[in-house]
Design a protein around this ligand. Structure first.
Ligand SMILES: NC(=O)c1ccc[n+]([C@@H]2O[C@H](COP(=O)([O-])OP(=O)(O)OC[C@H]3O[C@@H](n4cnc5c(N)ncnc54)[C@H](OP(=O)(O)O)[C@@H]3O)[C@@H](O)[C@H]2O)c1
Length: 283
């Protein structure tokens, strides 16, 4: 929390050099779209990734109307169908642009909330394809560009479900554990080789989005405020960071409780969202 006292939120500007581009995955809605808006506002051109070309085109028009001096380009592919050819195609679409910022925003947010014993093959397959295979292969393929265009930054969006070991979304939470370890290892590799590539794992709490439309509160923040908090956190000095101060307050309160009480509150908060229990009530 102390980093906030000494942080201007303008460290991101270090990575805006020579007609800089950012690539944001899962950018047609939610936090991804808010991040695109924020990055364009700070001075990046942005490649926006998603699976729905028409929706991406609408986001592009909206963003260019708001940021006429910037450039926006589309990258269209369905991350749940990850393949070698798909990743090579994304690299080709990035081309010789000066990529100085990669935002792995996309996560498996369409998961079904169920006990692991009740999950189907497709639940595990989609979640791991999006949350592990796509993010690992995309980062592997684009990291050489971040290295070539340093100083640069890699932003990986995590989830508090990883921090609290949220039940009923075990594979999703575990993909964020994977992403945290991946971030920490890449950060050490960059520093071992004296490369100026900043790596962050962003611990994100609840955010109100089109897909997760639960209303805003102190705990559930808006997408624009989350997007700003993420960009402001760049340069905070560590790999793991909780970018939004509201979420950091929640984490701090939970951390003061004995582990069994933490587990109780986390489990109780997930219970009403269990699909198997909701289904029984409506039968
Ligand atoms: N919202 C929260 O409360 C929350 C909490 C903690 C962490 N996070 C993390 O924050 C990140 C963003 O979450 P979000 O809530 O903003 O997500 P979201 O609202 O569900 O948006 C997901 C975006 O990804 C796109 N997308 C979904 N599946 C895709 C696929 N298979 N291939 C390509 N694009 C796909 C969607 O495109 P369409 O428009 O076509 O659907 C949309 O643009 C994720 O990593 C998530 O795990 C979110």
């Amino acid at each position: 929390m102390l980093w906030r006292l000494f942080h201007s939120g303008r460290h991101i500007e270090r990575y805006i050099h020579d007609d800089a581009w950012a690539l944001v995955t899962g950018a047609s809605d939610g936090i991804g779209k808010a991040l695109v808006d924020e990055l364009l506002g700070r001075g990046f051109n942005v490649l926006i990734h998603g699976r729905n070309a028409a929706k991406l085109e609408r986001v592009k028009e909206e963003m260019l109307a708001k940021h006429p001096a910037r450039q926006v380009a589309l990258v269209v592919c369905d991350a749940s169908q990850v393949s070698y050819g798909m990743i090579e195609d994304v690299v080709h679409q990035v081309g010789d642009r000066n990529l100085t910022c990669l935002v792995n925003n996309l996560g498996a947010t369409e998961r079904r909330i169920l006990p692991f014993a009740k999950q189907q093959w497709a639940d595990v397959e989609d979640t791991t394809n999006i949350g592990i295979r796509f993010v690992a292969q995309l980062t592997r393929a684009l990291l050489p560009k971040l290295v070539a265009h340093q100083p640069s930054v890699l932003l990986n969006l995590g989830s508090s479900s990883q921090l609290v070991h949220a039940p009923f979304v075990p594979v999703y939470a575990a993909t964020k554990g994977f992403l945290l370890t991946l971030s920490q290892c890449i950060d050490l590799e960059m520093r071992a080789d004296g490369l100026d590539v900043e790596v962050l794992y962003l611990d994100v709490g609840e955010v109100n989005t089109t897909a997760h439309d639960v209303g805003e509160s102190f705990i559930v923040v808006s997408s624009p405020s989350m997007g700003k908090a993420i960009v402001d956190a760049v340069g905070c000095g560590g790999v793991f960071v909780t970018p939004h101060w509201h979420h950091e307050c929640v984490n701090s309160v939970l951390a003061c409780l004995p582990r069994r009480l933490q587990d109780y509150f986390v489990t109780q908060s997930m219970m009403p969202r269990r699909l198997d229990l909701v289904d029984k009530k409506t039968q």
